[in-house]
Design a binder for this molecule. Structure first.
Ligand code: NAD
Ligand code: UDX
Length: 497
């Protein structure tokens, strides 16, 4: 069995950075070097201001405990690859934005670049591990690149070892994972490589939690896990639409069904829709895979998870417009929360971006506050072109103001829209906020974080509107003029309450 003494991780992002920091802390005899092409990122990893924000137990503490001892961040990729016994590939695999599979397939150009680089500089024995989330059989492509490009002195094994951490809880997830999954070749060499990687995780993960499979099961399990989690959110969000017109409360429904052990209570929180860099990308990746493998029924099944998510975002936005007397043009709206969930500064695919865009299309003046997202990032997210549309930076800068004080965001606003479930939003002085707002003053709780305050907020004078519940016992009509939207909402209009 290869003894792993030196690890190189290519990609110092949300996965590579925290994962390798924990490996370094847990395996003091192993030297871990994390490399990246992005010099700014590496500089930040080497500073006291890490490039990603993770709450307690702090990433900074983990990094501080081993950086410069057995954990290094560097841009010298070739040197780190050359010296390593095991190389993690932990680069981004975003959805393709052009060409075949645009908008659905995973873009594997960074994976391929890594494979070619490893092939170029490697000699001796190496275990190469896919840490990135990839389509099934991606390991095959890596092997082919190695076979076609390497010198005879390079002996390699390719493993799949997908990462299941969630942002905001990365360190806890890494230190106490539900499972570690390792997939490899069924040959004796493949099994030796699996054992070598297993021995790293066994420093802190109980044997019973380390699952080994063939390479393809491991690759597919990652896509399937994210698809199942996303599907639960879309399922409960679809029920939230029903709750809003029937008088049922989605929190009560989620609790009632979640107590059934066969269903379980996690990932049943109705919301403005799931965001983050993984769910949409990985479900679309699965859909594309099914399409190219001629499984159209399976593809359509998973595509619906994405469609319900889009629907939820549009539905919430149209509810805001409809409550504000069918127009938000020139109205000040305070949008609280821009990260895709609390305890992270990451905004990738955040529902806040979509909701902001819908409201901006209607001419709303948005005053956006987030405790962890920088103004520059918000403006970038709102102005960057999407595959289907271009967002005019001039209009966005005229209509959007980024503030550093939530009270300022709410001053003279018609409505507060809560998009991220930051704890601090439950602790604001809502009496003070109400006094400074235009009347009627609305709160749209897209995260169900103000449930326990609803009576109090209504007593203050707020009109409270919340996902999956009719707080004000009124029926809402859609304000979006698009025909397809109206068709989707039509059955709701027929219900008499
Ligand atoms: P990220 O964008 O934060 O980081 C990727 C890093 O790779 C970037 O810093 C980039 O500069 C670097 N990179 C790209 N190409 C490179 C190259 N050729 N050489 C050197 N560096 C290169 O991405 P992430 O969020 O860390 O995700 C990485 C992978 O892990 C993705 O496949 C993702 O789907 C998967 N994943 C992410 C999460 C998550 O919570 N973010 C969780 C599980 C799995
Ligand atoms: C997810 C997976 O959980 C993780 O295992 C995988 O490795 C990467 O993708 P992440 O995207 O970091 O992690 O966050 P997660 O906690 O899963 O939340 C994703 C989105 O779903 C967020 O926008 C969150 O607010 C939303 N969500 C989550 C809900 O709307 N309701 C829920 O019940 C749970």
């Amino acid at each position: 069995m290869v003894e792993v003494r030196r690890i190189c991780c290519i990609g110092a992002g949300y996965v590579g950075g925290p994962t390798c920091s924990v490996i370094a802390q847990m395996c003091p005899e192993v030297t871990v070097t994390v490399v990246d092409v992005n010099e700014d990122r590496i500089r930040a990893w080497n500073s006291d201001s890490l490039p990603i924000f993770e709450v307690s137990p702090g990433l900074q503490e983990v990094v501080d405990s081993c950086r410069g001892v057995n954990l290094f961040f560097s841009t010298d990729m070739d040197e780190a690859i050359k010296n390593a016994d095991l190389v993690f590939i932990s680069v981004n695999t975003p959805t393709k934005t052009f060409g075949i599979g645009k908008g659905r397939a995973a873009d594997l150009k960074h994976i391929e670049a890594c494979a070619r680089r490893i092939a170029d500089v490697s000699i001796g024995c190496k275990i190469v591990v896919e840490k990135s989330t990839v389509p099934v059989r991606a390991a095959e492509s890596i092997r082919r690149i190695f076979n076609a490009n390497t010198k005879s002195s390079f002996n390699f094994q390719v493993l799949s070892n997908p990462e299941f951490l969630a942002e905001g809880t990365a360190i806890t997830d890494l230190k106490n994972p539900d499972r570690v999954l390792i997939g490899g070749d069924e040959t004796p060499e493949g099994q030796h490589a699996i054992e070598a990687l297993r021995s790293i995780y066994e420093h802190w993960v109980p044997k019973s939690k380390i699952i080994t499979t063939n390479t393809w099961s491991s690759e597919l399990s990652k896509l399937a896990a994210n698809a199942f989690l996303a599907q639960r959110i879309s399922s409960i969000n679809s029920i939230s639409a029903l709750c809003e017109v029937t008088g049922a409360d989605v929190e009560e429904v989620a609790h009632a069904i979640g107590t059934d052990q066969r269903i379980g209570s996690c990932f049943l929180k109705a919301s403005v829709g799931f965001g983050g860099s993984c769910f949409q990308k990985d479900v679309l990746n699965l859909v594309y895979l099914c399409e190219v493998l001629n499984l159209p029924e399976v593809a359509r099944y998973w595509q619906q998870v994405i469609e319900i998510n889009d629907y939820q975002r549009k539905r919430f936005s149209s509810r805001i417009i409809s409550c504000l007397f069918n127009t938000v043009t020139d109205k000040k709206i305070a949008l609280l929360g821009f990260a895709f969930k609390k305890n992270t500064g990451d905004t990738r695919e955040s529902s806040s971006i979509y909701i902001s865009r819908y409201l901006l299309e209607e001419g709303a003046c948005l005053h956006i506050y987030d405790p962890k997202v920088k103004a520059q990032q918000i403006m970038h997210d709102l102005t960057q072109p999407t595959p289907s549309e271009r967002h005019d930076p001039a209009t966005v800068s005229r209509l959007v103001t980024i503030v550093t004080d939530p009270y300022k965001a709410c001053e003279n606003a018609h409505a507060i829209v809560i998009c991220t479930e930051w704890d601090m939003f439950t602790e604001l002085d809502y009496e003070k906020i109400y006094k400074a707002m235009l009347k009627p003053a609305f709160i749209f709780d897209g995260r169900r974080i103000l449930d326990s305050l609803h009576d109090q907020l209504q007593h203050i004078g707020f009109q409270v509107e919340t996902i999956g519940k009719r707080v004000n016992q009124r029926i809402h009509f859609t304000a979006i003029e698009d025909k397809s939207e109206i068709d989707q909402q039509q059955p709701l209009k027929k219900i008499k309450l």
